[in-house]
Design a protein around this ligand. Structure first.
Ligand SMILES: [Zn+2]
Length: 295
């Protein structure tokens, strides 16, 4: 990170905590005290127990920014704890993580909050979640416009973005086809997000249809080929056997790789949801196998 930092291209490092991690101030302080100097840090809490004055006080002591969020689980509160501020707009509703477009009203609610934060800092960082439809671009520029901070060049970029969205980034094209308005896939997408993480799931969605060939896909067994790899899942023995490089790490991390994700996205939704549900229910009981290795 040093070269990036020295060249002035590194804004801030974001430390995102898991939703299950509850407030522990000693833990937090021990961690903050060993962070290398010379960087800007923002920390994103995802459990409500952290929303407490004692948390803000500890962050202030180390000049670490509390990440202010717009997301379903936490309140959209303004707490500035450093000489810079950090904001993340994740989206709203049940499954905001990939495909959320903030409305005018939703953005407008944030304008006074952003202004409040801005008043007490030198720099304010604001991020919209990485929506593949390009909503983030439009939302970012739009809220800046509402705050009267758009340069002529950005004004032009906003109008291009709006024209693009107006043409209707087709929901049947690219990654969008996985998240259609029809809700039959919602549960599967949620389970897969939890089992493999957002970015790996996005990579799974990016694998073309032609790369996948499914031999068996029942509630008891799945056999498939994907690119040069093979996948076998057996319900009775709770075994998933697969052979890509990422999978070898999965054996330790218990995260499904993109190939397993893509196969589950390919087989009938109801069958796939059953599998994802069972794995999710008790991931520790499942055997993550690499053929030819005895683990
Ligand atoms: Zn794989």
């Amino acid at each position: 990170m040093q070269p990036l930092n020295r060249s002035g291209k590194l804004g801030c490092l974001l430390i995102q905590l898991p939703p299950s991690y509850r407030q522990d101030l000693t833990h937090l302080e021990n961690f903050l005290s060993i962070l290398p100097h010379g960087f800007r840090y923002a920390i994103e809490f995802r459990h409500k127990s952290w929303m407490h004055p004692a948390t803000w006080k500890t962050l202030s002591k180390y000049n670490v920014a509390n990440t202010m969020v717009d997301e379903p689980l936490l309140p959209p509160e303004v707490h500035v704890t450093a000489d810079f501020a950090y904001l993340r707009w994740h989206g709203r509703g049940n499954r905001p993580w990939y495909d959320y477009h903030y409305s005018e009203e939703e953005l407008r609610e944030w304008v006074p909050k952003v202004q409040e934060a801005q008043g007490s800092v030198k720099t304010l960082y604001g991020y919209f979640n990485n929506h593949f439809h390009g909503y983030a671009v439009e939302n970012c520029l739009r809220i800046m416009q509402m705050m009267g901070e758009l340069s002529p060049q950005q004004e032009e970029a906003l109008s291009i973005a709006q024209t693009h969205l107006g043409k209707g980034a087709s929901s049947t094209f690219g990654l969008g086809r996985w998240i259609q308005d029809d809700d039959s896939r919602t549960k599967l997408i949620d389970l897969l997000t939890s089992l493999m993480g957002e970015s790996r799931l996005a990579r799974a969605m990016g694998i073309p249809d032609n790369d996948v060939s499914v031999g068996v896909a029942t509630h008891d067994r799945v056999e498939a080929k994907i690119r040069a790899y093979s996948l076998m899942m057996d319900r009775d023995s709770k075994t998933i056997s697969h052979d890509c490089g990422d999978w070898e790490r999965s054996v330790e991390t218990r995260q499904l790789c993109k190939h397993v994700g893509r196969v589950l996205l390919t087989i009938p939704v109801e069958v796939a949801t059953g599998w994802a549900d069972q794995i999710h229910e008790d991931v520790e009981k499942w055997k993550f196998k690499v053929p030819g290795k005895t683990r």
